[in-house]
Write a protein that binds this ligand. Structure first.
Ligand SMILES: [Zn+2]
Length: 387
């Protein structure tokens, strides 16, 4: 997710803000939808505003645009609410991202203190309630100006809606996190995640059904998002829990077989066959790692006569993904999943190759842990997360 996100040229409270491409698509649509329904909003919300001048010419769409921007600023402030509390627990905030379904604040990890997740989660809806109240005060003080009054009244209602919606006890919404964190005070974190995940899935199905009954595309989308995200959320919690306390140096393969850059392709294939290895780091004479060669690199070559003379140096990939021995296994797992790497080169503090860490190494560690996990009880310990 979020492969095409544009970074804004400034930071908020030191946090980078990214706009996902889906956000840039939804913004004009949202502006148009608000603009088209200005009269309807005034009627439904019983606002003491004369709708006639607001519905002339381009005014509705200008209003819609301002209101849509205001809505996303509100979402941004909601995310900042999470970030401020997270920081009090020493959590590093990587970035805030705005996308089609709102905002996400991405954290490096969650704090270990019990109940901390609940406080970070509840901070968002509380912030939105406060912004809603502030917008209402602003609405009351600018009532003479129909345009400004409409925008502030709209934002006031939307912030309250945002707060209420996020309090639904479904993961990964804030309410779901509060629920999980409170459950985790009593049962192991993994079990708390499983319980909140099943509640979330039922809620998502209910929300989706309501969306269909009332022809509300937004509800169907949110339901789908909750359902998909909650499956990922429980898997991530499980993996993070299983890898807790394990470091790269505990599970890496130390006896690394390497090849020289001048090794011919046919010799390389022969070695792969004999040693049952599908990838090798390529080291030059001084022992410096210059690349990685895998079966995939050889596969594209075909079987013509010339390929016999090709050396590893010509087809190896020079992009080397490394990880420090001292890094946590969870960090390695995240690096692999983010970039779709099957293996990482392990280096010591001087950058010298000391081993290889493959997905299989991590899976083996998880399997060993799974066997022992029935004996464990633990507090909320989870890695990278987003709110
Ligand atoms: Zn939130």
């Amino acid at each position: 997710m979020f492969r095409t996100a544009y970074r804004l040229p400034f930071r908020l409270l030191g946090i980078p803000v990214h706009l996902d491409v889906t956000f840039l698509l939804i913004l004009p649509i949202l502006a148009w939808m608000i603009g088209r329904n200005v009269g309807l909003y005034i009627e439904v919300l019983e606002l003491p505003i004369d709708p006639t001048p607001l519905q002339e010419g381009m005014t509705p769409f200008l209003l819609g645009f301002i209101a849509a921007i205001g809505l996303f600023v509100s979402i941004l402030v909601h995310e900042l609410g999470h970030c401020v509390v997270a920081r009090r627990y020493g959590v590093y905030v990587k970035r805030i991202i705005l996308w089609v379904l709102g905002g996400l604040a991405q954290f490096e990890r969650l704090p270990r203190q019990r109940g901390a997740e609940a406080l970070i989660a509840i901070a968002g809806p509380i912030t939105s309630f406060l912004v809603g109240a502030l917008c209402w005060i602003l609405f009351l003080s600018v009532r003479a100006n129909a345009m400004l009054a409409f925008v502030f009244a709209y934002l006031s209602y939307m912030n309250v809606f945002l707060a209420a919606f996020n309090l639904l006890p479904a993961l990964p919404l804030d309410g779901g996190r509060v629920l999980r964190s409170l459950l985790a005070l009593r049962v192991p974190y993994l079990r708390a995640t499983q319980v909140s995940a099943s509640i979330s899935k039922s809620l998502a199905v209910l929300m989706g059904l309501l969306g269909f009954v009332f022809f509300n595309v937004f509800f169907v989308l949110i339901a789908f998002f909750v359902y998909m995200a909650v499956s990922g959320e429980s898997q991530i919690a499980a993996v993070s829990e299983m890898l807790q306390g394990i470091y790269v140096q505990d599970v890496m393969t130390r006896k690394v077989k390497t090849v020289r850059p001048d090794l011919g392709v046919s010799d390389l294939l022969q070695r792969m066959l004999e040693e049952r290895h599908l990838g090798y780091p390529v080291l030059d004479e001084s022992g410096e790692m210059v690349g990685i060669i895998t079966l995939d690199d050889v596969r594209g070559l075909g079987s013509s006569q010339e390929t016999r003379n090709i050396t590893a140096n010509e087809i190896m990939s020079r992009e080397i993904s490394t990880i420090k021995e001292s890094a946590s296994a969870w960090e390695a797992f995240q690096k692999m999943s983010r970039n779709n790497f099957r293996r990482l080169m392990v280096v010591d503090s001087n950058g010298r190759l000391t081993g290889i860490l493959s997905k299989t190494d991590l899976i083996r560690a998880i399997q060993v842990r799974t066997v022992g996990s029935t004996l464990e009880t633990s507090g909320p310990r989870v890695g990278g997360s987003q709110f």
